[in-house]
Design a protein around this ligand. Structure first.
Ligand code: SAM
Ligand code: SF4
Length: 441
């Protein structure tokens, strides 16, 4: 009998890729994936607990299915909420049968067997691991870009963040296994690779080769057939000049660095336990600005951390102007269980956090309008990722990770999906560019 499963993923790219590996594991165990929870015998939620709202989503989903069609199905909660809440999930949602955090995913085949043999409640909650979740099979969603995890977990201790509690200690994969996976992907037709980790640049090769992140990055970029390499996320403390040098010298490495700053105020950075000052952060930005490549820089910002003043907020706005970011992800500070910031006084009201978020976002919008206008008149290489029927435009992605919508390809040129083409940028908005295909370039 074919066993069916459905999986829904919440949160970051790490979770998206973990789900790809979970799918590979389940298919390897003889399960078959279906498109809706209604069709499935096993329903998996791969969860995120980075902010309170993300955490609430999974309990909402579980409630829906408890009332509607929960009968006869087996429910499993994976990921960060599973790790954080542990067996309490069985109390909150008694129809759940499996709770498993990401540090225990290598036990999934064993847990599945326990479920099949009639166990009603199985758990994988140990954080005490030095293993990574490498699977012989990984189902990949995107036909052109593939993720490779190079490091799991986090050893930093940012005062606001649950990740060290939900994803366990830092564990790097050997450089040989990363390069072997990159070669395999190139052989399977992927041309773009994205290296993943909570802090990719904290990578330390556990094998005698002893590569650091810059060496690994450079070598992945030299795998024949790999045309683009991206990486996310980098931590400013471990961001070295060698990474910028690698980008400078290796054409396969994309012109994009995501370097989360969180705040422009050294005082707030210290309270956040980020382990760098504004000045140290700016030195890293200067390395990138000095490069002959046009490196796009993006970041994460948290507003309303306990004790953040108007002057601190102004420091953040000034930093956005000084760096001229190509894009930001901005968030209202969310109080998370177990984190040191919970104990801090001077929590800021939700209304005030919302106001600050709007100020930051409007400030950044103006920066992006200016920054993107600078691309008009340039010809950029794009990976063709899709076609928008409503606008009749092709959707391309530049090395800087900007969306560049363009006209000029004939309708019968569908074979260009997944190929690289040159596009002349003719217009720019805050969030994307538009242009025309440069034939024969
Ligand atoms: N490891 C990365 C780093 O240190 O930059 C970040 C990984 S975290 C999954 C992604 C982003 O979520 C963080 O950069 C931060 O901006 C945001 N974040 C984390 N905890 C948060 C919290 N409690 N409230 C609001 N935003 C939070
Ligand atoms: Fe969270 Fe800080 Fe680790 Fe990033 S470095 S995952 S923000 S604790």
């Amino acid at each position: 009998m074919v066993k069916t499963f459905y999986i829904e993923t919440f949160g970051c790219q790490m979770n998206a890729h973990d789900s790809e590996k979970v799918i590979g594991t389940l298919v390897g165990q003889g399960y078959s994936q279906v498109d809706t929870p209604e069709q499935a015998e096993l329903v998996f939620y791969n969860t995120c607990s980075i902010r309170d709202k993300a955490e609430q989503k999974v309990f909402h989903r579980l409630q829906q299915f408890k009332r509607e069609q929960g009968k006869g199905k087996t429910f499993a909660v994976l990921g960060c909420v599973a790790q954080q809440e542990g067996e309490k999930i069985f109390e909150k949602a008694p129809h759940v049968s499996m709770v498993c955090g990401s540090a225990s995913y290598n036990k999934l085949p064993e847990l599945l067997v326990q479920l099949e043999t009639g166990n009603k409640r199985v758990t994988g909650l140990s954080l005490d691991t030095d293993e990574t979740f490498d699977t012989p099979m990984t189902r990949r969603d995107n036909p052109h870009r593939a993720y490779i995890t190079i490091i799991e977990g986090c050893d930093k201790a940012c005062a606001y963040c649950v990740v060290p509690f939900t994803r366990g200690p830092e564990r790097s994969r050997t450089s040989a296994s990363v390069i072997a996976e990159a070669r395999e992907l190139a052989g399977a037709g992927y041309s773009e690779i994205q290296l993943l980790g909570q802090n990719v640049n904290s990578y330390r090769d556990p094998s005698p080769a002893g590569w650091d992140f810059a060496m690994l990055l450079d070598n992945v970029g030299r795998v024949p057939g790999i045309r683009r390499v991206r990486f996310t996320t980098s931590h400013p403390r471990d961001f070295t000049k060698e990474i910028v040098d690698a980008i400078e010298n290796n054409p396969s490495l994309c012109n994009h660095v995501h370097l989360p700053v969180q705040s422009g105020s050294t005082r707030v950075l210290e309270a956040m336990q980020r382990s760098y000052t504004r000045e140290e952060y700016m030195r890293r930005i200067e390395w990138m600005k000095a490069s002959s490549r046009t490196i796009a820089i993006t970041t994460d910002i948290i507003v309303g951390f306990p004790g953040e003043t108007e002057a601190d907020l102004q420091d953040t706005l000034d930093l956005l102007t000084a760096v001229e970011y190509d894009g930001i992800f901005s968030f209202k500070y969310s109080r998370r269980p177990n984190t040191p910031a919970l104990k801090l006084d001077d929590q800021i009201s939700e209304d005030e956090k919302s106001r600050r978020l709007a100020v930051v976002q409007e400030h950044q919008r103006q920066i992006q309008i200016r920054r993107n206008a600078g691309y008009v008149g340039r010809t950029e290489e794009c990976l063709v990722e899709g076609f928008n029927k409503a606008t009749g435009q092709w959707i391309g992605r530049t090395s800087q990770h900007k969306t560049l919508n363009f006209l000029g390809l004939a309708a019968d040129e569908h074979e260009l999906l997944g190929k690289y083409v040159n596009v002349l940028v003719t217009r720019a908005g805050p969030n994307s560019l538009a242009g025309e295909y440069v034939r024969g370039a």
